[in-house]
Design a protein around this ligand. Structure first.
Ligand code: CA
Length: 222
C-alpha cells in the first residue's frame, strides 16, 4: 500500500486530501512541521510527498531543496495557492515532479499521484544503478557523478539530462526529446535551455563526451 506524506498546514485541505486518499487505498500522513517533513521524507517509508509552499515555519521550496540535497528520490507534487510562473519554474527546477495550484479538484490530484507512482515503479524495475561511459560514472541511487573518481556536483536537471544521455549512448537525442524527458513540462520549444545545460555538462564531465549532431541534436560518445 502506498504511503503518502501530506505537508499542509490548512487542516481542512489536509483532511480533505487524506480522506480522498484513504478512500482510494492509500495511507496518508499529515504534517506541517518542516523538521518532521524532512525526517519523514528521508525515512524511506513514503512513496510520494504532497508539498504546500506556504508552511508556517519555512518556505516549501526550501524544504524541497533540503530533501533533494539529502539525495532523497521521493516523488514530490507541489500543491499551492501560488500560481506565479516563477514559483512553478523554481519548484520544478528544484526537483519537484509536478506542480498543482489551489483551488484544485481531488480527481486531478489523484490522477497525478497515480501517474507519478507508476513512473517511479517503472524506474525501480531497472536493476542498473550505476551507468558508466569512459571515465564518467553516474550513480543513480545517490544521484552523484564521478569523473576519474572525483565527485562532481550536478544539480537535479543536469543529473537527469546526463542520465538520459547515458541511457542512450551512441544514439542521437533531439532537443525536443531531451526537453520532454528532462524538463517534462511545457517549455518554449524555441528555448535554448537544452544547449545551455549541455554546455554545463561538457564543462563538468568533459568536452569530448557529448557530440553535437548538426540539425539533429546530441549524441553521447562511448
Ligand atoms: Ca499553507
Amino acid at each position: 500500500m502506498n504511503q503518502i506524506l501530506i505537508a499542509e498546514d490548512e487542516s481542512l485541505i489536509a483532511s480533505f486530501i487524506a480522506k480522498g486518499l484513504r478512500a482510494n487505498g492509500f495511507l496518508p500522513t499529515i504534517t506541517s512541521d518542516t523538521e518532521e517533513i524532512l525526517n519523514l521524507a528521508i525515512s524511506d517509508n513514503f512513496d510520494l510527498l504532497i508539498l504546500d509552499l506556504e508552511l508556517p515555519s519555512k518556505d516549501g521550496l526550501e524544504v524541497l531543496e533540503e530533501i533533494r540535497g539529502q539525495g532523497v528520490n521521493l516523488a514530490v507534487i507541489i500543491l499551492t495557492a501560488r500560481n506565479d510562473i516563477n514559483d512553478k519554474v523554481a519548484g520544478l527546477e528544484g526537483g519537484a515532479d509536478d506542480y498543482m495550484t489551489k483551488p484544485f479538484r481531488f480527481e486531478e490530484l489523484l490522477a497525478r499521484i497515480k501517474l507519478r507512482l507508476r513512473n517511479n515503479q517503472a524506474t525501480q524495475v531497472q536493476e542498473e544503478t550505476v551507468l558508466t561511459v569512459g571515465n564518467v560514472l553516474l550513480d543513480l541511487k545517490t544521484r552523484k557523478a564521478k569523473v576519474k573518481g572525483d565527485l562532481i556536483d550536478l544539480p537535479v536537471r543536469e543529473f537527469t539530462l546526463a542520465e538520459t544521455l547515458f541511457r542512450h549512448p551512441e544514439q542521437v537525442m533531439s532537443r525536443e526529446q531531451l526537453l520532454d524527458r528532462v524538463w517534462g513540462y511545457d517549455y518554449d520549444p524555441g528555448s535554448n535551455i537544452v544547449d545551455v545545460y549541455i554546455g554545463y555538462l561538457r564543462k563538468k564531465l568533459g568536452s569530448e563526451l557529448i557530440e553535437t549532431v548538426r540539425g539533429m541534436g546530441y549524441r553521447l560518445r562511448k
